[in-house]
Write a protein that binds this ligand. Structure first.
Ligand SMILES: Cc1cc2nc3c(=O)[nH]c(=O)nc-3n(C[C@H](O)[C@H](O)[C@H](O)COP(=O)(O)O)c2cc1C
Length: 451
């Protein structure tokens, strides 16, 4: 029987994906302490989650009014730690949980990213994953020594080269290259350690790479592109794909289309996991879950939405009055997460700021599922069986409570229904995802389909 994949959506920041979550009475207030991450890691591992993964952004949200005062005052994702470092702490506290972190292809050198994740993969015994993103706003560009963000499609063209360099370096050491024969003095066979010598349009890197392959070959690749260009990138490179589908019918359609796009690259669609983001709010009874939801639903403020819309769309919403419609030119200038803009414009052609807040739901809980374990499991089963996804990214309304509740009330129900495994299948993330160790150079066979 097909089994669902579960991913914990983690933030190495002062709040969850819900910016106001830090005000929740049960939220821990030490999200910059190692114990906080050790605890979450253990909760996810007890729930047999495949993966805990950290998102990233290289700036605090300060596009709104071009100022960070509101961000800091309201705690709108203003603390952001380095995800890989935090992940190392989580790796030391767990044994089987997969460990994913987001790193941008826009500003780091691919050699550096390849080395960081290959090292993490070795240090975690083959449990690492890398969420490949392109950076999307000017704040990130300015923190990283540039003036403005790279144009939308161009940043994916660059990211394609980035992947060729990273995967190329990960191929450098053949699996049996290391001999370590103290008697003969041969450490490794030179003919089995290769130089990349990559020369692209945007990137160059020589090699040879300095980190041997891990027990799972190399880290698992995660991607979450939502635009046409982004999805093409994900279909070519991604092994786990994060999505937010607006409803079940759209999900069924997009899921099938995306799997076809994966096949178009000559890849096995069954080997690519599509995980849909949901925010469960659960308890022992429906009434208790509804009480919990009432408490969470009153946390967000309007400023959260304005700040996060400005940040994500790379557009200062403080320049517009609440009920003033955006012009076509202004809408065109929004260069960040264009999917948010397109979703709003699909509902209202010339939206106002107020429309953006209402239709996008930014700053509020995304896809809440409120109910007891049975009710939440019903909804997950419905999407999984449709099929509209292969698993779920579980977003927390507050931490650690939301994960503790999910593991306590929903996981046993999913296991009882045979939808979710009762234990880890193996030691590495690939074993737990049912993926083979990639052979050296296998990715080179992926070619863009002829249009
Ligand atoms: C669950 C999930 C997690 C994401 N995490 C990040 C992240 O950490 N950093 C980031 O810049 N974008 C993140 N994204 C955004 C995507 O990488 C992507 O940019 C977005 O979906 C827009 O698609 P596009 O780039 O094709 O326009 C995430 C998306 C989803 C659904």
């Amino acid at each position: 029987m097909r089994q669902m994949v579960l991913v914990g959506f983690l933030q190495a920041q002062n709040c969850t994906n819900l910016a106001s979550s830090w005000r929740h009475p049960a939220s821990r207030t030490d999200s910059w302490s190692p114990d906080f991450y050790r605890h979450i890691g253990r909760v996810l591992e007890a729930g047999k989650f495949h993966l805990g993964f950290f998102d990233d952004r290289l700036s605090m949200p300060d596009m709104y009014g071009r100022d960070h005062a509101h961000t800091v005052a309201h705690g709108i994702r203003c603390v952001k730690l380095d995800a890989v470092t935090v992940l190392t702490v989580m790796a030391m506290a767990t044994e089987r949980l997969g460990l994913g972190a987001t790193y941008s292809t826009s500003y780091y050198e691919p050699f550096h990213v390849a080395r960081v994740f290959a090292t993490l993969d070795l240090m975690s015994g083959g449990r690492a994953a890398w969420n490949v993103v392109t950076s999307l706003n000017d704040g990130e560009a300015q923190n990283m020594g540039r003036d403005e963000v790279i144009g939308h499609d161009l940043r994916y063209d660059r990211a394609d080269e980035f992947m060729e360099v990273v995967l190329g370096h990960w191929d450098a050491w053949e699996d049996d290259a290391i001999v370590q024969d103290k008697a003969t003095g041969l450490f490794a066979r030179p003919q089995q350690v290769h130089r990349l010598d990559y020369q692209g349009r945007f990137l160059r890197s020589r090699g040879p790479f300095t980190v041997p392959r891990s027990a799972q070959g190399h880290p698992v690749i995660i991607q979450a592109g939502a635009s046409g260009r982004g999805k093409r990138f994900g279909a070519r490179w991604g092994e786990i794909i994060f999505v937010i589908y607006p409803n079940l019918d759209a999900g069924k359609r997009d899921y099938a289309e995306f799997k076809a796009e994966v096949a178009g690259f000559g890849r096995d669609p069954a080997a690519v996991t599509i995980a849909h983001l949901v925010s469960p709010v659960t308890a022992a009874t429906t009434a208790e879950a509804e009480d919990k939801w009432a408490e969470i639903d009153k946390l967000p403020l309007e400023i959260d939405a304005l700040s996060l819309l400005s940040e994500a769309l790379n557009f200062d919403f403080a320049n517009k009055a609440m009920d003033e419609p955006f012009s076509e030119q202004e809408l065109e200038r929004m260069s960040g997460l264009q999917g948010i803009r397109d979703r709003v414009v699909a509902v209202k052609k010339n939206p106002t700021v107020r429309d953006f807040i209402r239709i996008s739901g930014r700053g509020r809980v995304q896809n809440p599922i409120v109910g007891d374990g049975n009710q939440v499991a019903d909804r997950l089963e419905q999407w999984f069986a449709a099929p509209a996804c292969d698993g779920f990214v579980i977003s927390a309304t507050h931490v650690p409570g939301a994960y503790e509740d999910f593991v306590r009330f929903v996981v046993p129900e999913l296991q009882r229904r045979g939808l979710f495994r009762k234990d880890f299948a193996g030691a590495t993330l690939r074993q737990n995802l049912g993926l083979p160790v990639p052979t050296v150079g296998a990715w080179r066979a992926r070619r863009a389909p002829v249009a």
